[in-house]
Design a protein around this ligand. Structure first.
Ligand code: KIV
Ligand code: NA
Length: 264
């Protein structure tokens, strides 16, 4: 299979083809999901929750991210892999450049940062130095202690307008992809139409250019909690490969997310 690239993801947006992506943390799952047609993988700092059993992503370290990025790359050489920069690893420009370099050298094709306006210079600095950036707006899990919990963002008109304005700024600064987490579907649509870079939603409605889910959520691995925006594709299909391929198909056909997975 030919390597996936940011240029191909950009083209998918232009042609109206939905992008399907999942988080991945190890070689075996990375291989399997790539074989089933998942367009790209994110080594998410959600590994703190689903792999390490923590209650937030705040304690996740650069060493953790480097290790899991290496594993994912080993399982899927041709895949497009994004690695999260963990909490406080992009607070100063020196830290940012050193840490982003480590993730790229571990096998990432792009790094992801959480935040809006304050990241403008960081994004310009990274992209001009050869590190592609995925931005992340809406619910920012690394800021859970500021937000006071995991809540839907951008429900009030002013907050929605502000999120759109920041999305445009991030694109202008050089971000090449934007993750939108837990926002009303109407805002997901508005931002997607306003930007020329692909938007990837998780709990952001059906109209973003692509979708992402945490692998453990879409396999229903937590028996006492399934987020509203996720669906158990393993229960629906009965096999891991079936779960991944069905997810890809349902995203491509616009069947996932359905209304019940969205915020209004
Ligand atoms: O860490 C993660 O899994 C993420 C996704 C929720 C986008 O950032
Ligand atoms: Na993350």
């Amino acid at each position: 299979m030919a390597a996936m690239t940011i240029a191909k993801l950009q083209k998918m947006k232009q042609q109206g083809q939905k992008i399907s992506s999942l988080t991945a943390y190890d070689a075996s799952f990375a291989k399997l999901m790539t074989e089933q047609g998942v367009d790209f993988m994110l080594v998410g700092d959600s590994l703190g929750n689903v792999v390490q059993g923590l209650s937030s992503t705040v304690p996740v370290t650069m060493d953790d991210m480097v290790y899991h990025t290496q594993l994912v790359r080993r399982g899927a050489e041709q895949a497009f892999v994004i690695a999260d920069m963990p909490f406080m690893s992009y607070a100063t420009s020196e830290q940012t450049y050193r840490n982003a370099a480590e993730l790229m050298q571990a096998g990432a094709n792009m790094v992801k940062l959480e935040g809006g306006h304050w990241l403008i210079e960081t994004i310009q600095g990274l992209t001009t130095r050869g590190v592609p950036v995925c931005a992340h707006l809406g619910l920012l899990p690394q800021s859970v202690n500021v937000l006071g919990g995991y809540k839907v963002q951008g429900k009030q008109q002013q907050q929605a307008d502000d999120t759109l304005a920041q999305a445009l700024e991030l694109e202008q600064a050089g971000a090449q992809l934007l993750v939108l987490e837990c926002i009303p579907a109407a805002l997901g649509k508005r931002i997607t139409e306003a930007l020329s870079i692909p938007t990837i939603g998780i709990g952001a409605g059906p109209d973003t250019d692509g979708q992402i889910l945490v692998m453990h959520d879409m396999l229903g691995m937590n028996s006492d909690y399934l987020p509203k925006f996720a669906k158990n594709f393993l229960a629906e299909t009965g096999s891991l490969s079936g779960a991944f391929s069905s997810y890809v198909e349902q995203v491509q056909r616009g069947e996932f997310p359905a209304a019940e997975h969205c915020y209004s």
